[in-house]
Design a protein around this ligand. Structure first.
Ligand SMILES: O=C(O)CCC(=O)C(=O)O
Ligand SMILES: [Fe+2]
Length: 214
């Protein structure tokens, strides 16, 4: 099947923009169709294990992450394959819309494939701390076919003062989650089967925090 590189219908971008402007987060099942999601899953699955970095090593080390709080394995998307190019093009479209409508000043987007093997987790964390990071909007896109509740691996999203999660998200293929990086603590519960995703961040240009980020 030919890869769908056509721009996504702008209505989905409208919905995401409204969600970011309003509650600051949204969950969008069917952001990509099954064929495009499967193309990304195959692209990720074709990478040899040695290209995956255990969490807490490499770029993330400048942050607060280490294997006590996360155990997933990641690989940055570099746009070297058609499915990656299509995904990055969609996110560039979203970036443009967020900037045009909400004046967010987003300058770029970085994202990585992440694989959580059985039992892997990511404990409760914030993706960005005010004044210490240039990450503004987090996106998580899931690549898993036929995810069942019994498989675990839910993403729990909390409000600032809430002990109970605001949302429990099943990592079903095609679903996109979007939220303001500084506002929503979240965690990934251990899964009972491999769990694949693309986690990404829209960033602003902020020389102070990029210097700190190393
Ligand atoms: O995979 C998910 O559901 C969330 C991942 C996450 O929180 C992160 O990579 O910062
Ligand atoms: Fe996160």
């Amino acid at each position: 099947m030919p890869l769908n590189t056509a721009p996504l219908a702008t209505c989905i971008f409208d919905e995401i923009t409204e969600a970011i402007a309003g509650p600051g987060l949204g969950i969008f099942p069917g952001f990509l169709n099954a064929a495009d999601t499967a193309a990304l899953r195959r692209d990720f699955s074709s990478l040899p294990d040695w290209q995956l970095t255990p969490a807490g090593i490499g770029r993330d080390q400048a942050h607060h992450n280490n294997e006590r709080i996360r155990t997933d394995k990641t690989r940055w998307l570099d746009g070297s394959t058609p499915p990656q190019q299509a995904f990055l093009a969609h996110m560039a479209g979203l970036q443009q819309q967020l900037n045009r409508q909400l004046f967010m000043g987003l300058k770029d987007y970085e994202c990585h494939y992440a694989r959580y093997d059985e039992g892997d987790f990511y404990k409760k964390h914030l993706d960005a701390f005010r004044g210490r990071s240039n990450r503004r909007v987090t996106t998580v896109f899931y690549l898993n076919d036929d995810w069942q509740p019994a498989h675990g691996g839910e993403l729990l999203i909390y409000g600032h003062k809430n002990r109970q999660p605001l949302h429990r998200v099943q990592p079903e293929g095609g679903t996109l989650v979007c939220f303001l990086s500084e506002q929503f603590p979240h965690e990934v519960l251990p899964a009972r089967r491999p769990r694949l995703s693309i986690a990404g961040w829209f960033r602003v240009d902020d020389p102070v925090s990029s210097a700190l980020r190393l």
